[in-house]
Design a protein around this ligand. Structure first.
Ligand code: ZN
Length: 143
């Protein structure tokens, strides 16, 4: 396989996923069809999600808005990473989806445990249909 983006070698396996599922992910990413998906987006999203959850201890964590909405900076907001994972789940064939879900479930559990529910969710409109947007966030400090 030769590709402009990856060179002659197939992309490396995504940490925590089988070779087959990693390939299914890359295939879905390359098929595009979503603003959230581009080659490497899932791997990036998983790294970002783990990184957000990595501080030891029990103090709450607060998602923070990204200062810029370009595809790179968007990952500063961990909720964007979760958006990407949600999007790739929709695109994957059944077995690959099940495997990614198994990887994601404990991360989601930790996210729920380390973040606080936002009591004012009903006053907001931005993507609040997704549970990961219904947690207390650290708003970007204004100028
Ligand atoms: Zn940017």
């Amino acid at each position: 396989m030769t590709s402009r983006l990856w060179g002659p070698a197939p992309p490396p396996r995504i940490r925590g996923l089988s070779t087959g599922t990693s390939l299914a992910v890359h295939r879905a990413e390359r098929a595009g069809g979503s603003w959230y998906l581009h080659p490497g987006a899932t791997d990036w999203a998983l790294r970002r999600y783990r990184e957000f959850l990595s501080p030891p201890g029990r103090r709450p964590l607060y998602p923070r808005e990204a200062p810029c909405s370009c595809p790179g900076c968007s990952f500063d907001d961990v909720r964007h990473a979760r958006d990407v994972l949600d999007e790739i789940l929709r695109e994957l064939p059944v077995r690959a989806r099940a495997e990614l879900l198994r990887l994601l479930r404990p991360l989601d559990t930790t996210f729920r445990r380390r973040t606080l529910p936002d009591p004012f969710t009903h006053r907001r409109h931005w993507r609040t249909e997704f549970w990961w947007y219904r947690r207390l966030a650290d708003p970007l400090e204004g100028p």
